[in-house]
Structure formats: C-alpha cells, structure tokens
Design a protein around this ligand. Structure first.
Ligand code: GUN
Ligand code: ZN
Length: 436
C-alpha cells in the first residue's frame, strides 16, 4: 500500500530567481490559491488547484485541510552549528573572544556520545519547530558528535549535510585534532555517512586560523578525490580575523587565497559570512561557483559588519541564507529574513519578500546543489514542506487581514513571524512537527 495523502492550502513555490524588483520576474513564482498537494511515498506526486486535482485522486484518500494557510518547500539553512545551541545569546563579545570564552569550552562537551545524542535531538526538534528541514551543519571536532548527529537525522529521514570540524591549532587541546588523525577520522565518517539515505558529508575545516597549511592541503586532497563532497568553512567575518590570517599565512596575498591554495574553493563550497571582501575576491568565488552564506542575525549580534548582498549579486556570486546559531540569535528562517531585511535597510539594499522566500527555499537549494531534490513544490521532488499560518497570533491575524496582496502577507510573516507561524513541518512525506 502506498503512503499517500493530500494537503489542501495555498501553495507557493519558485521556479527561478524572482529578481530584485517589487514585482517578481515573469515565470519565477507559482502561487496556487486553494491548492492541493498530493504526496506519496515521501515525494510530491502532483499539485494543482484543489478543484482540478480532486477528481483525479484515489477514492478515500486522506485530505488534510489547511485552507487559509500557505505551504512552501521546507526552509533550508546553509550554515549552522548544532553544538552551539546552548550558548546562543551569550553576552557581549566580538568573534575571537566569543569563540574562546563561550564556543570552545562548550564544544569540548561533545566528546561524550550521550551529550551529542541529546543535543542532536534537541537541535532537530528546534529546527523542525521553525520549519527548517535541511541544513548544512557544523558538528564539533569529535567524530562521535557527527555519528550522533547523522544517526538522529537518519531516524527522522531528514535531508541534512554535516561534518566533523577540522582544527589542529589555536584552540584548547581537548578540541584540537591531530593534523592527519583529523583527516583519517573524516575519511571514516565519509565512508559511514556520505550518501546514506538523505545524508551528505560536508568537509569542515573550521577556518584558516585553526588549521595548519598541512591540514588544509589534506582537506583539499579529499575534495579532489571525491567531488560529490560538500565543504563548509568561515571566511572574512571580522577585521581582527583578517589581520590574524595575514600574520599566519604570509605566503597568501589575501584570506581567500589561503583556501584557493589548498584547493578548497569549488561549486560545493559554502563560505560563511564573507563580509570583508573586495569585488575582485567576490569575482574569484563566483568563477569557481562557490557560495557565501549570509548570516545576518549573527553578523549583527557579534558586530561583525553589514554584508553587501548586492555586490555579491553584481559579481555573479551565489549567496545563501543562514542562521549561524550560536552566533546567530534565532534558528527561524523567517527571523533570518527579518535580520537580512534590516541589514539591507542600513545598506540601501531592500530585500523583497519574494527574494527572501526564494532564498530560503530554491535559492538555498541551488547554492547547495540540492535543487534536483528539494526547494520546489513540483512532481517528483522530495516532500519536505512547511505549512505557514499567516494568522498564527492575534497580532498577525490583524495585520494579514489587511494585506492587499500575497507579497504583503509574506512580508508580514517575514517581519513578525517565528515558530508560532509554523503550523506544521513535513519531511519525506511525513509530519515531523505540529504546533501545539
Ligand atoms: N569562525 C570560526 N569559528 C566560528 C564559529 O563557530 N562561529 C562564527 N560565527 N564564526 C566562526
Ligand atoms: Zn559559523
């Protein structure tokens, strides 16, 4: 027997980048009012207006009525640290102090399997509560933190990317790996997890200051051996970090070249932050089809700077949207869009709701090379979905009752929304969260 059901609601999905104008580019948005989404065996079987699809459905099929709500593809978070969940909102420091005072001591705890298992599940509960069904995730430097995380994701049949942090210097001993031991552990984890179910391995050198050249080069060797691997790291988040990298790598003309020289810049590479770059560096990233993860709530919280989204666009450089918890202050993709909008306001770069919702769904799926599987509502795509309630709170109900267009409703959700806006989250065709 097929596992089959229909969700009835407004359906919203993107087929292309809507552009920067208030009106989305022709053919970029599909909005079906009173739609029906037929899901079967973990995938989308069909979608259409309810009245058109209903006569074609098998008799007696379960219809879940979400009229008044909006279904979009599940949100994607391109950069987040599950091991930092419990140090979110730690007061008042810039990046390098914050790492030493809060982050590194916390990550030391993930050497213990039971702790890693408990926090993996707590993190996934929180992600699903805010409608995020896929993320690219930093674990800690302990292999057991990766085993625990992928096990928890597999049990829920989530599409997730993650990796063991590689760091062989400039951190507490309990966190540093051995240059080649870290690579051997990574190879073991790739063998156990990459391509297993919906899981993918992302090579994870933390950032240039915490890896020796030998470790970065060895990581580049893994990329060359297997181009199906993802890679995630940090780049040019703060000016102090830039100065430190210049000191540590005198043979590189800039921060990006440190990664280029080790062969770490490619179409499956995500560089978090990328605030302090010039246009020539953006061009080099674009030429290699890498992407920058825009982490607005983290950039504001740590005072790192205002990301120049339109400069990246001008360079033809893909960006993705990310929470960067625990530097980020919120796991919610809606909250990330709100912070991105605020950063944009300070830069004279307004972010439309079209661009924002495209970013969280198809845009991030494309940046992560996952767009053949997730990020759109279309036949054959994996059924990872979020059911959004524009009237989730009395205030939102008041606001959205006055909306004159879908764009206004989406924008109100992006500015006022949080976990309460997420009525349900579905992954691989199964409900994995329902708002209490
Ligand atoms: N740079 C190196 N490590 C980190 C981290 O854990 N968080 C952030 N925001 N930046 C980093
Ligand atoms: Zn980060």
């Amino acid at each position: 027997m097929n596992d089959s059901r229909v969700l009835r609601a407004d359906l919203l999905s993107f087929d292309a980048d809507p552009g920067e104008d208030d009106t989305p580019a022709a053919g970029s948005v599909r909005h079906i009012t009173d739609g029906a989404l037929w899901i079967e065996d973990g995938r989308i079987r069909a979608l259409d207006r309810f009245e058109r699809l209903f006569p074609k459905l098998p008799e007696g099929i379960e219809v879940i009525d979400h009229r008044g709500k909006v279904i979009t593809p599940g949100f994607i978070d391109s950069h987040v640290h599950y091991v930092q969940l419990e140090i979110m909102a730690s007061y008042g420091r810039r990046l390098l102090d914050w790492l030493n005072d809060y982050t590194f001591p916390q990550e030391c705890r993930f050497a213990v399997h039971e702790h890693a298992r408990a926090l993996s599940n707590a993190f996934l509960d929180e992600m699903l509560r805010v409608g995020t069904t896929t993320a690219q995730v930093f674990c800690s430097s302990h292999p057991v933190s990766v085993d625990a995380f992928f096990t928890a994701c597999g049990q829920r049949d989530l599409r997730m990317l993650a990796g063991k942090v590689l760091m062989d210097r400039h951190a507490p001993d309990a966190l540093c790996d051995d240059t080649h031991g870290g690579i051997r552990d990574t190879e073991r984890l790739i063998g156990d997890w990459h391509g297993k179910g919906r899981l993918g391995y992302s090579l994870t050198p933390r950032f240039a200051p915490t890896s020796t050249r030998a470790q970065l080069d060895a990581t580049g060797g893994l990329v060359r051996n297997d181009p199906s691997l993802w890679l995630q790291t940090h780049l040019a988040e703060t000016t102090d970090e830039l100065d430190w990298v210049a000191e540590l790598f005198p043979g590189s003309r800039d921060y990006l070249e440190v990664y280029e020289q080790s062969g770490l810049v490619g179409p499956r590479s995500t560089f978090a932050h990328g605030i302090h770059l010039d246009q020539e560096m953006r061009g080099r990233l674009a030429a290699r089809r890498a992407n920058l993860a825009f982490c607005p709530s983290s950039n504001l919280f740590l005072g790192s700077g205002l990301f120049d989204r339109l400069a990246a666009r001008e360079a033809g450089l893909a960006i993705s949207y990310a929470s960067d918890v625990g530097g980020g202050t919120d796991l919610s993709g809606l909250a990330t869009l709100k912070a991105a909008y605020q950063v944009g306001q300070l830069r004279g770069q307004p972010l439309t709701a079209w661009q924002g919702f495209y970013g969280l769904t198809l845009g991030n799926a494309r940046a992560l090379s996952l767009d053949e599987r997730i990020g759109r509502l279309a036949t054959g795509m994996e059924a990872d979905l979020v059911v959004l309630d524009p009237a989730a709170t009395p205030l939102m109900a008041r606001r959205t009752a006055r909306s004159r267009s879908l764009a206004e409703t989406l924008f109100a959700m992006m500015m006022l929304g949080d976990d309460r806006t997420v009525a349900e989250t579905w992954a691989a065709g199964r409900r994995v969260h329902r708002r209490a």
